[in-house]
Design a protein around this ligand. Structure first.
Ligand SMILES: [Zn+2]
Length: 101
């Protein structure tokens, strides 16, 4: 069982959270052409490695938390507020995820 550090509630059990998707893409782009909307809604990557994700704290404050998680080991390097730029202390994070080292 994993523990996720909610910025509002503190460290809580993973069972209180629900995965909500990739935090590196806009889930509902407005004012884009049909092809761009199709790509945003239906075409998603399946990265292996460090990934920036949205998690919803459904069993707590019901707010969205930004999580930097490794998709193979499930290790969580950082968590933060939705508008926060996460900085990993592991040094494993690539620039392609929009996260500074
Ligand atoms: Zn919370």
């Amino acid at each position: 069982m994993h523990r996720i550090d909610c910025p509002w509630c503190g460290v809580r059990d993973e069972a209180e959270f629900q995965y909500q998707g990739d935090a590196t893409v806009d889930p509902a782009p407005i004012g884009v052409d049909e092809d761009a909307a199709y790509r945003a809604v239906y075409l998603r990557g399946n990265p292996m490695g460090w990934h920036l994700e949205w998690w919803h704290h459904v069993g707590g404050c019901r707010r969205f938390v930004k999580v930097l998680r490794h998709t193979a080991s499930h290790e969580i390097a950082a968590t933060g507020y939705p508008d926060e730029e996460l900085i990993a202390e592991t040094g494993h994070v690539g620039e392609e995820q929009g996260v500074r080292r």
